[in-house]
Design a protein around this ligand. Structure first.
Ligand SMILES: Cc1ncc(COP(=O)(O)O)c(C=O)c1O
Length: 298
C-alpha cells in the first residue's frame, strides 16, 4: 500500500518522521571517546520527563518487562511481602512476574475497568503495623483498559500511616503520555519503555529510581546480571554502558522526543490518539484537553 502505514493500537505508537530520520546513522563505536557527550545530557533530560531531581535513570536494551525485572531484582529480597492489584492484562502480568521472582504477593483482584483500589490499599497498610509489606505496586495506566490510577492517592495512603514501603509504578504507557510526577508523588521506582509516550521504536526499558530505591540495592539478594544496577552505575557515570548498548537505533533518537517532551511543544500524542480504539479518547479529550497536544510536522 502506498503512503505511511499508521498504527491504530494502544502502542507501540507511530514514530514521527523526525525521529525515524534521527535513527538513520552508521553503526557507531560504543566505546567512542565522545560517547559521554551524547549520554550524559540524555540522563539529565530524561529526569525532566520523569519529573525528578535526584532520581536516577537506567536505560536497558530491553522493554517494559525488562524494566519491571530490573526494578524488582535490584531492590527486593526473596520472600518479601508486596501489595499489588490486577485490573487488566498488564497489571496481571506484573503480578505474575513478582510471583515468579519468589516474592510473597498479596494481589487484589479488581474488576477490569477500575484502577488501583486506593482505599483498600490504605486499609491494608494501616493494618500492617509491623511493616511487613516491603513494596506497594501501582500500574498508572492499564493499557488493556485505558484506565488511569491515582498514584498521588497511593502515596497519601502510605504517608497517612507512615508506612515505609517502596512505591513501584508501572509507567510504561503513562510516562510522557499523561501526568506523571516522580518526586512530588514520592514514587520510588517507575518503569517505562520506549515504544509509547516516548514515540520511539520498541527496544528500550527505561527505569527511574529514587534515592531510597537505590539504597535498597545494597541489601537486595535477588539474582541479577544483565539488569544489575551496580554495573550500570559504574559505567553510566562515565557515560558508557556495561555491555553493548542499543546504540545506532532507538537510543540515538531519544534526545529528540526528550527535548520535545521537556519543552512540551507540539508533542505528538499518537499514543493517546490510538487509545481511541479503547473508546476512552473522547472522554479524555473533553476532560483534559491539555493532554492532547498537536502533531509535530515531520
Ligand atoms: C502498562 C504496561 N505495562 C507493561 C507492559 C509490558 O511492556 P513490554 O511489552 O514493553 O515488555 C506494557 C506493554 O504494552 C504496558 O502497556
Amino acid at each position: 500500500m502506498p503512503g505511511r502505514n499508521f498504527l491504530f493500537i494502544p502502542g507501540p505508537t507511530n514514530v514521527p518522521r523526525r525521529i525515524q530520520n534521527a535513527m538513520y546513522v552508521e553503526q557507531e563505536d560504543m566505546r567512542a571517546m565522545d560517547l559521554p557527550e551524547f549520554t550524559k545530557p540524555l540522563y539529565e533530560d530524561l529526569k525532566k520527563v520523569f519529573k525528578t531531581k535526584n532520581g536516577r535513570i537506567f536505560i536497558f536494551p530491553a522493554s517494559g518487562t525488562g524494566g519491571w525485572e530490573s526494578a524488582v531484582s535490584n531492590t527486593l529480597n526473596a520472600g518479601d511481602k508486596v501489595l499489588m492489584s490486577g485490573f487488566g492484562h498488564f497489571s496481571n502480568l506484573w503480578i505474575d512476574l513478582c510471583q515468579r521472582w519468589g516474592l510473597d504477593v498479596q494481589a487484589l483482584e479488581v474488576d477490569w475497568g477500575e484502577g488501583v483500589p486506593v482505599e483498600k490499599y490504605a486499609e491494608i497498610l494501616v493494618a500492617d503495623k509491623n511493616h511487613e509489606i516491603k513494596a506497594v505496586f501501582a500500574t498508572q495506566n492499564e493499557t488493556a483498559t485505558g484506565v488511569a490510577s491515582d498514584i498521588a492517592g497511593v502515596r497519601k495512603a502510605l504517608d497517612a500511616c507512615s508506612h515505609p514501603a517502596l512505591l513501584f509504578v508501572d509507567g510504561v504507557s503513562s510516562v510522557a503520555s499523561i501526568d506523571f510526577r516522580m518526586d512530588e508523588w514520592g514514587v520510588d521506582l517507575c518503569v517505562s519503555g520506549s515504544q509509547k509516550g516516548f514515540m520511539l521504536p520498541t527496544g528500550l526499558g527505561i527505569v527511574c529510581a529514587s534515592e531510597k530505591a537505590l539504597a535498597c540495592r545494597e541489601n537486595s539478594n535477588l539474582p541479577k546480571t544483565f539488569f544489575d544496577w551496580n554495573d550500570q552505575i559504574k559505567t553510566n557515570d562515565l557515560g558508557y554502558f556495561p555491555y553493548t548498548p542499543l546504540r545506532a537505533n532507538p537510543v540515538n533518537a531519544v534526545p529528540i522526543p526528550v527535548s520535545v517532551l521537556t519543552k512540551r511543544i507540539r508533542v505528538l500524542p499518537v499514543y493517546l490518539c490510538s487509545l481511541a480504539a479503547a473508546e476512552v479518547t473522547p472522554h479524555l479529550l473533553t476532560e483534559n484537553p491539555q493532554l492532547f497536544l498537536s502533531w509535530e510536522k515531520p
